[in-house]
Ligand binder design. Structure first.
Ligand code: ATP
Length: 233
């Protein structure tokens, strides 16, 4: 397994946002994390990236226990997070936003040119300021920036949030290319139909726990939805 999360727990003060989550992701696999608002998906994803501390449990990456490592020390190992809300430098150009991640990552195929090949909508925008890009273009920059560190594991937090249907389609076309190339991905996605369409496996969280796990191809929307709302669990 490339990623193993074992009995992972994380808190926001007194609130226990993630409660004893265990999940595994094989190299080359795409796992979709779904669940209602507040289910703990973002906290779990940040926990995998090292941006949120575990209060119990372990995160193992390629067999090594990385639970104690902060986020900056996980990037060179090959873990990259595309955070909710993109967090770009608005006053910097597209290419400078991409290059920010260059120094901290691993050697590999990703550079400004290969990012533009994967996200062609960025080609005419390389010297534009990030704040002047459309939402879809900004999200493409955020994913491109994560790729620039040549990750072995890409963590995507609600990349389609707030985008137009056309922009979402364009973004997912690029993501499908990454998946075909064997990039290992864990993605948080609100759109169940899309999650089931793109992922190999789906994990549904409810109130901090995993309440459903299945192969996307063998899972119906209805099955996930009943787990989503806690029906019959
Ligand atoms: P969403 O889709 O709304 O982002 P989520 O499934 O990603 O939901 P989290 O954002 O991980 O869920 O939140 C899990 C729980 O932790 C929720 O009850 C939320 O209110 C709480 N929480 C999240 N961030 C904070 C914070 N910074 N301070 C306090 N509580 C928080």
């Amino acid at each position: 397994m490339l990623l193993s999360v074992e009995q992972f727990e994380a808190r926001h003060g007194l609130l226990q946002a993630v409660r004893g989550v265990t999940l595994h992701v094989a190299a080359g696999e795409t796992l979709a994390l779904v669940g209602a608002n507040g289910a703990g998906k973002t906290t779990l994803l940040r926990g995998i990236a090292g941006a949120h501390k575990a209060s119990a449990g372990r995160v193992k990456f390629d067999g090594t226990d990385i639970t104690a490592l902060p986020a900056y020390a996980r990037v060179p190992l090959g873990i990259a997070l595309v955070p909710e809300g993109r967090k770009l430098f608005g006053g910097m150009t597209t290419q400078d936003n991409l290059r920010v991640a260059e120094r901290r990552g691993r050697p590999g195929k990703w550079n400004v040119e290969t990012v533009v090949q994967a996200f062609p909508q960025l080609q005419p925008k390389l010297t534009a300021l990030a704040r002047n890009l459309s939402g879809g273009q900004q999200q493409a920059v955020a994913i491109g920036r994560a790729l620039m560190s040549n990750p072995r594991l890409l963590l995507l937090d609600e990349v389609s949030l707030g985008l137009s249907p056309v922009a979402v389609e364009q973004l997912y076309a690029s993501l499908r290319g990454l998946m075909r190339d064997g990039t290992t991905i864990v993605l948080v996605e609100q759109d169940l139909t899309r999650a089931l369409a793109v992922a190999d496996r789906v994990v549904c969280m409810l109130e901090g726990r995993v309440v459903f796990e299945g192969l996307a191809a063998e899972t119906t929307r209805e099955e996930v939805l009943s787990a989503y709302f806690g029906v019959g669990t």
